[in-house]
Design a protein around this ligand. Structure first.
Ligand code: HEC
Length: 257
């Protein structure tokens, strides 16, 4: 009985001793310090060495990283004289993947990671995030469907700029995607548009609208497989023709010329 009491006392006192309620300016007690103490600057800490007291040094003016793309067509999707957007994906970017097929494969993968949450695998703008936003009452600036004429005819460079810089409610993805990955996504968005030419034609909430679009898996990863998107779910009876693209649909590669 007594030993139980002692045990309980030890337990409560050690629990209290471990209380971390108070803050302290003293350095923490660390048994084996090894590399704990070493001369280094902490992020955002003050420097006694530099006149401006910043430990985080700004880049020297005009510095360009070795990896940085300097061609405005590739980097910004803008013409060399900055008079407008480039109309088609620069050939250099296609070449960097070794052709349009590997580029689309990469674009499909990156699109799946970065765009599907909001724009859906089909590009109809009804991704999981959109559904949640709507359920929570957010109705402004929802992602648009890619299957509308304005975006079908938008210059490739403007699509690229949207990925890089974002637009109103859409965040920018430039810092997460390399220049060529951004172009690969543009190529894949074009492939989606070609593979689902009828998507977006239906009116919202139209019961006779075509059946749900083919899933991303049914969308071709390669230009040559384009007609395979005809494997869409069967349309409800009496509805408009299914979303199968014409077998003669131009290959996405065409947008690279
Ligand atoms: C967090 C959600 C979200 C993600 C992720 C997202 N978008 Fe968007 N996107 C939006 C919203 C919201 C809009 C509508 C913006 C507006 O109304 O101006 C939009 C608009 C667009 C547009 C139309 C721009 C225009 O001029 O109307 C394109 C193209 C687009 N997104 C492409 C992409 C691509 C490609 C990706 C993947 C890299 C992506 N988006 C990722 C939310 C998102």
């Amino acid at each position: 009985m007594r030993s139980k009491l002692v045990f309980a006392l030890i337990l409560t006192s050690s629990a209290l001793a471990a209380c971390r309620g108070q803050t302290s300016k003293d350095s923490p007690i660390v048994g084996i310090r090894n590399m704990y103490d070493q001369p280094r600057y902490d992020i955002q800490s003050e420097s006694t060495f530099f006149a401006d007291k910043r430990t985080m040094r700004p880049a020297v003016e005009g510095a360009v990283s070795r990896e940085m793309e300097t061609d405005p067509r590739l980097l910004k999707g803008r013409l060399e004289d900055n008079s407008g957007y480039v109309l088609t994906i620069p050939q250099e970017s296609v070449a960097s993947f070794g052709g349009m097929d590997p580029m689309l494969k990469r674009g499909k993968e990156r699109y799946g990671i970065f765009c599907t949450p909001c724009h859906d695998g089909t590009g109809n703008g009804k991704g999981a995030v959109t559904a949640r936003a709507q359920a929570g009452g957010a109705a402004a600036f929802l992602p648009p469907t890619f299957h509308q004429d304005r975006l079908r005819h938008m210059p490739d460079g403007q699509l690229y700029a949207t990925v890089e810089n974002g637009k109103s409610n859409m965040p920018p993805y430039g810092q997460m995607l390399s220049v060529h990955d951004r172009w690969a996504i543009v190529a894949y968005v074009r492939a989606l548009q070609l593979a689902n030419p009828r998507l977006g034609d239906e009116k919202p909430d139209d019961p006779t609208a075509p059946a749900p679009a083919p899933t991303a898996a049914a969308v071709p990863a390669t230009a040559s497989a384009a007609p395979s998107a005809s494997t869409s779910a069967p349309a409800p009876s009496g509805s408009a023709p299914s979303a199968a693209p014409a077998a003669s649909a131009p290959k996405p590669a065409a947008s690279a010329h």
